[in-house]
Ligand binder design. Sequence first.
Ligand SMILES: CC(C)(COP(=O)(O)OP(=O)(O)OC[C@H]1O[C@@H](n2cnc3c(N)ncnc32)[C@H](O)[C@@H]1OP(=O)(O)O)[C@@H](O)C(=O)NCCC(=O)NCCS
Length: 233
Amino acid sequence: MRVRPSKRSCFYANQAGLPPAATMYNLFGFARKKPSSGRIDGEGVYLRPAVMGDFEPWRRLRGASRAFLTPWEPTWPPDDLTRPAFQRRILRHDDERARDEAYSFLIFRAADDALLGGITLGNLRRGVAQCGTLGYWMGENHAGQGFMAKAARALLRHAFVDMRLHRVEAACAPNNERSRRLLERLGFQREGYARAYLLIDGAWQDHLLFAMLESDFLREESSSSDLASQFRQ
Ligand SMILES: CC(C)(COP(=O)(O)OP(=O)(O)OC[C@H]1O[C@@H](n2cnc3c(N)ncnc32)[C@H](O)[C@@H]1OP(=O)(O)O)[C@@H](O)C(=O)NCCC(=O)NCCS
């Protein structure tokens, strides 16, 4: 049986056999807003892309947090904490940003501009996916104080409201309690389990797969603003 496309389908063809112009425009992501390349403000924190002037605080924070971070990250190259490697990192991030492939930020405390950690919205897929992947790290002495939840909320708002993404994914190792709690707290839904998913700390490790849809985010935002208004009353 031949199935005729419904007029409501986004693949509905006009007489020339092409999808309507507006649909094509949306399908390939041209209607999506490009993200700003600058600072994003959150509650008590702000995010901005790294610049060379961040090298010393970044090196000190990552160096002091090495044992805390390395079990959960790809193996650090031997020169990772050197100035040339940091410069290459910045160039790569700038290039990814210009190509709309990934957006990497450092996280700062608003009160005193202290560097706290980093967060990335990477692996961007536009077109019919409109999806990105969240990754993050926090300096050991700043962890467990709610800063990452605030930074992630600010980036998620930017992803769904300004960049008009439809879905943000994240993954964490099953034994990474802090990361799993963070994702659940943010309102991510657990969707699956991927075997030998990422090469972390030198080994292919299983991961729990999480995702947040734009509709999940809007629900989270409205329930937290309901809560805030109850407190104000
Ligand atoms: C995962 C990580 C980014 C979380 O950052 P953070 O600043 O500690 O997160 P927050 O303080 O915003 O806390 C988020 C949740 O984790 C919980 N948490 C914090 N410390 C915890 C701990 N020691 N054990 C269990 N949960 C913990 C918090 O209580 C909070 O959950 P709650 O709101 O339900 O109480 C940080 O711990 C980190 O960098 N870990 C090492 C690297 C890493 O795991 N990277 C991610 C790989 S997927």
